[in-house]
Design a protein around this ligand. Structure first.
Ligand code: AHR
Length: 672
């Protein structure tokens, strides 16, 4: 399995199922409207608790999800660490090949004794005016009219006297805001200034005009909007975090995905390099930088301004249980498949133990102290840890065992998430599952990127799983409108509806399915590598896809206990194109029904309630629907597919309802 390109392997894998992938909605074949259904629910029969972690979010720095996305830094390559250290920067008025350029020139220089931060920029300003440096941000910089933007730079004036005129320009070069920073002294110092643009710009840039001859050194040139999440300086984009918070996710898995593994072991995600002072977090190439020849992203690196502390903090902010995943000593098996020898695995295992100490340890412990020094003395209350991402084969099992042994020895209460590889079936999957089951693994992660048809047809996937075996983390899934990794995949209603139908199957099996998450989460409209994605954003705006609203509807209406819902004694899994579940919400004293109508017909049904909790007279019906399976949301029409709510009234013990074609419906009725 060595040296395989992820696209070719995934495509090859999928060739056999392409006809399925291209099939239409299964219920299109229904020619006659189905007859009214009769569902039965006994409110006294609790099947299982719904885990608070049932619906969560999976974050990976793919599609410029972190740098250029969630992490609100606007300057790309702020510390000149990219493989090409001037990438992202231009010197428009300068001839960078001439030391005698009349305005000035800049060269990246290595620190004499480099730590994590290796380079700085040496600028020779040859003329009193005229030399400038421009940073174009991540596909431009988004500026909001009247908002404060905070500029900072670490600099020293080696000779002469230089003032930096810091300007925010719009796409046409018009100055929207300006401020000045006079440099002084030969020691590295941080300079800060603030600016307020006079107009909005979607693709603005940062322009630094140098006034006064001299030689200056610059590093960590930074620009942040002030309206970050919770107003934290150098923080995260509030609109993006808000979209996550609105989902009320049960957990936050981070930092990926394949990014955890790296193309090589050296390029794996190492959490210890992502904590502490941001100036000292060592940059790493993003593994999605050159993964897809059809979507090259040569400027994709990880500054780790968004690192493990920030992930834990975000999880806490949005009420989600943190679920970090770590490398298990195996580089991505689609790439180099490099393995750390077993007798060199110890530092990897130690990383896991230290991470638990970082998250939960007392402030007197070395890693607990770092967490405290970073501003969070209280523990982050981490309860789960993932070992490896999409690993497979005996190499995984043998490494996983070492992690399990060490983690359980020191932290017996820590729940470990293991993985079953990249595919939801087949040889690798079967092998991994068998091994993990025989070891009594606690939670196994499964991934499926399949056609909408597959999702409709597999809503019974977990019905046959061993109730006494490991619990399930449906950790990455999304219906693919064309094929996995195809750049033509769309976040259309066909996919979202099929996912909703499938999710009733996850929920109906809440006794074994404990965590679920759609993937990937974010995509920059111009910087993406992988589609479909849950949330799309540009430099200023973001919108939730129909898939997002499906996820959100399920998450905010999860309920606390699963009830049994049947028709003719059987669960409702696609009969007449209907999929349905029922849960109790003990917190609000409501019964929550989820009814997905994947058919092209309006459908009527009644729900007979047996048991004590039946005194319903009215309820709230939330509907997400569209007649066009190709319909999508967009920046121009972010709520094209959006939930609507209405009140419904009932008489008697049976609840009668009809649901519109191609719809996801959540009905909440109060019980006494
Ligand atoms: O979600 C995109 C990628 O798909 C993830 O990084 C990986 O785990 C899976 O193959």
């Amino acid at each position: 399995m060595k040296n395989l390109n992820i696209t070719s392997l995934l495509c090859a894998f999928l060739m056999g199922s392409l006809p399925l992938l291209q099939a239409n909605n299964s219920t299109d074949s229904l020619t006659l409207p189905p007859k009214a259904s009769q569902f039965v629910v006994n409110t006294d029969q609790i099947v299982a608790p719904i885990q608070p972690t049932m619906y969560g979010v999976f974050f990976e720095d793919i599609n410029f999800g972190a740098d250029g996305g969630l992490y609100a830094e606007l300057v790309k390559n702020r510390s000149f660490e990219f493989a090409e250290p001037m990438m992202g920067w231009e010197q428009p008025a300068s001839d960078r090949f001439s030391m005698n350029d009349k305005s000035g020139f800049a060269v990246p220089v290595k620190y004499a004794d480099p730590g994590a931060n290796k380079n700085y920029l040496n600028v020779k300003v040859n003329a009193a005016t005229g030399y400038r440096l421009v940073n174009y941000g991540f596909k431009g910089m988004g500026f909001k009219e009247g908002l404060r933007y905070d500029f900072s730079v670490i600099a020293k004036q080696q000779s002469g006297a230089t003032t930096l005129h810091v300007e925010l320009l719009d796409e046409n070069g018009k100055v929207l805001a300006t401020t000045s920073v006079a440099l002084s002294g030969k020691d590295w110092k941080e300079y800060t200034a603030s600016l307020k643009p006079s107009a909005r710009a979607m693709k603005g840039k940062l322009n630094i005009r140098f006034e006064g001859k001299g030689v200056v050194d610059l590093d960590m040139v930074s620009l942040f909007p002030s309206d970050t999440w919770k107003g934290r300086p150098k923080g995260m984009r509030a609109d993006l975090v808000q979209l996550l918070a609105d989902m009320k996710p049960g957990f936050l898995r981070f930092p990926g995905g394949c990014i955890v593994e790296g193309r090589t072991l050296a390029q794996r995600y190492q959490w210890k390099k992502t904590v502490g002072d941001i100036n000292d977090r060592e940059l790493l190439i993003n593994r999605w930088n050159n993964e897809f020849a059809h979507r090259p992203a040569p400027d994709y690196f990880q500054t780790f301004g968004l690192g493990f502390f920030e992930y834990f903090q975000m999880a806490e902010d949005i009420g989600a249980t943190p679920l970090p995943i770590l490398s298990c000593g195996m580089a991505c098996q689609f790439n180099t498949a490099e393995l750390v020898p077993m007798d060199e695995l110890e530092p990897y295992v130690q990383d896991a133990l230290d991470l638990i100490e970082f998250a939960n340890g007392p402030v007197t412990s070395p890693w607990g102290k770092l967490r405290s020094d970073m501003g969070h003395p209280a523990p982050f209350n981490m309860k789960m840890i993932g070992v490896g991402n999409e690993q497979w084969g005996p190499e995984y099992i043998v490494r996983y065992k070492e992690f399990e042994k060490a983690i359980k020895a020191k932290y017996p209460e820590m729940v470990i998430v293991s993985g079953s590889g990249p595919f939801p079936d087949g040889e690798m999957f079967e092998y991994g599952w068998e091994e993990l089951k025989s070891m009594n693994a606690e939670i196994v992660d499964e991934h499926y990127y399949r056609s909408p048809q597959w999702f409709l047809e597999n809503a019974n996937r977990y019905d046959s799983y061993d109730r006494k075996g490991p619990k399930i983390f449906a950790g990455e899934y999304a219906a693919q409108s064309v094929a996995i990794a195809s750049p033509d995949n769309k976040n259309n209603w066909d996919c979202a509806l099929a996912e909703a139908a499938y999710m009733t199957g996850l929920e109906r099996n809440a006794d074994v399915v404990w965590l679920t998450s759609y993937a990937p989460l974010f995509a920059h409209a111009e910087g993406w590598q992988w589609t479909p994605d849950l949330i799309w954003f540009n430099n200023l705006e973001a919108y939730g896809t129909p898939n997002y609203y499906v996820q959100k509807l399920f998450a905010v209406n999860a309920g606390t206990q699963l009830l049994k819902l049947t028709e003719d004694g059987k669960p409702v899994i696609g009969q007449s194109g209907l999929y349905a579940t029922a849960t109790l919400d003990e917190k609000t004293k409501e019964i929550v029904f989820k009814i997905v109508n994947a058919s092209a017909f309006e459908q009527s049904f009644s729900i007979s309630l047996a048991g004590k909790k039946t005194a319903a007279t009215k309820g709230k019906l939330t509907v997400l629907a569209n007649n066009d399976l190709n319909a999508m949301n967009s920046f121009d029409s972010p709520k094209n597919i959006f939930p609507t709510e209405k009140e419904v009234n009932f008489t008697g013990k049976a609840l009668s309802l009809s649901v519109v074609p191609k719809s996801v419906n959540v009905l909440r009725v109060a019980y006494k």
